[in-house]
Design a protein around this ligand. Structure first.
Ligand code: SF4
Ligand code: SF4
Length: 388
């Protein structure tokens, strides 16, 4: 952790996820306009002083825990009030959130920029994400980033202290390294089962080296039932009464899809921007099994695993889980368990989407579609630290 007296986010900035990636916003996509953006204080002032802009402001967010002004949604679960024909009606006045997407700025023990891979514009020739990200940081302002960083560092410091006191601590580098050692095991049902068993019942000393963590995970009995877990995660995902909380998948034709558990079936709906829905498919969840991965599918899944393994918000998520659980698990176990759950969820979602396309195997494209469906939810997991 940096010396506070010299701390500035610029000395604690990690842009490695952005690399040389480029993106171009796709006309007519508007996936990111299905979120309900919150207004920053200067934006609120501006919106409240203009009747047209004010018409789209509400003090009620769909998530009751979010306070403050936000943009209204169309209908109960449609798009942003200002979206018309998949075009922003207030483009020159759009919010910081809208301008930042697909970049997320995470403050943990350092500032890290993440890319939301649910955006189909990622990888298209266009703007360099690193440049876009620096522009977003400049717009937030150095003072605010430093303040957020300082308060997030306090939370991480408190987490480390609690983990030390309870003898459950592992360094971030050792759990990440252990996860890297186990990447092949994570792409295999038996390997996943061993890791999940280890996460639940393993016995790891504090501050174990990465090799030791990985060895213990590999030596665990494969007792966890991965298929059952996949079915449970998959059905829980869609088992929400309010459509506005369901994850949205934007398909190759830029149609928005939501899926909801209704009785024994998962029902798929086409979603319109005014919030109306039209049923297009019904699937019994027990018909969805984890499909075999081709070599290309494995490589794609491993690429995503390694990306998640480098995300500070995911590390913060594992820390959040430890804290929620009262530090009953070693941090290494909590981290690997969270990663194994992530892979099972992604594998299940990829298989579900592939089944809708009559596929029987997951290649690179099928896993990519799973990532598009999944990454927005991953970046929304509860975590310690904060997205600014
Ligand atoms: S999700 Fe990406 S491509 Fe789609 S509207 Fe948003 S920025 Fe553009
Ligand atoms: S303000 Fe414009 S860009 Fe932002 S969510 Fe609404 S329609 Fe989309």
């Amino acid at each position: 952790m940096a010396d506070r007296s010299e701390s500035s986010y610029r000395t604690e900035l990690d842009l490695s996820e952005l690399g040389e990636m480029t993106y171009e916003c796709i006309d007519g996509c508007a996936l990111c306009c299905l979120c309900q953006p919150e207004l920053l204080s200067h934006e609120e002032e501006k919106f409240r002083s203009d009747p047209e802009l004010m018409s789209g402001v509400t003090d009620e967010h769909i998530s009751p825990e979010v306070d403050g002004a936000a943009i209204k949604l169309q209908g109960a679960h449609g798009a942003c009030h200002f979206l018309k024909g998949r075009r922003c009606g207030v483009y020159n006045n759009r919010l910081h959130f809208c301008k930042a997407f697909p970049i997320s700025v995470f403050a943990g023990w350092r500032v890290q920029l993440n890319v939301n891979l649910s955006c189909r514009g990622i990888g298209l020739p266009g703007k360099r994400l690193a440049e876009h990200g620096m522009g977003i940081l400049d717009a937030i302002g150095e003072t605010r980033v430093d303040e957020e960083l300082e308060s997030a560092q306090d939370v991480f410091y408190q987490f480390s202290k609690n983990a030390k006191d309870t003898k459950t601590i592992q360094s971030a580098s050792s759990v990440r390294e252990a996860c890297g050692f186990l990447s092949d095991d994570m792409l295999d049902e038996i390997g996943l089962s061993r890791i999940l068993t280890y996460a639940e019942h393993g016995n790891t000393r504090q501050n174990s080296p990465a090799q030791d963590i990985a060895r213990r995970a590999r030596a665990s009995e494969p007792e966890a039932n991965v298929d059952e877990l996949a079915l449970m995660l998959g059905t829980e995902l869609f088992d929400l009464p309010d459509l506005s909380y369901l994850p949205v998948y934007v398909d190759e034709r830029l149609d928005w899809k939501v899926f909801q558990l209704s009785g024994r079936n998962i029902v798929g709906y086409d979603l319109s921007e005014d919030g109306t829905i039209r049923e297009f498919v019904k699937v019994n969840p027990t018909d969805i099994s984890l499909m075999p991965l081709s070599e290309e599918g494995k490589r794609e899944m491993e690429r995503y695993l390694m990306l998640v393994n480098s995300r500070d918000c995911f590390l913060g998520h594992a820390a959040y889980l430890c804290d929620e659980d009262g530090y009953g698990y070693n941090f290494g176990q909590a981290y690997l368990g969270a990663m194994a759950n992530t892979i099972v969820d992604l594998w299940w979602r990829s298989s579900f989407l592939a089944l809708l396309r009559d596929k029987e195997m997951l290649g690179r494209d099928e896993v990519r579609e799973g990532v598009i469906f999944f990454d927005m939810d991953l970046l929304d997991l509860p975590t310690i630290g904060a997205f600014i």
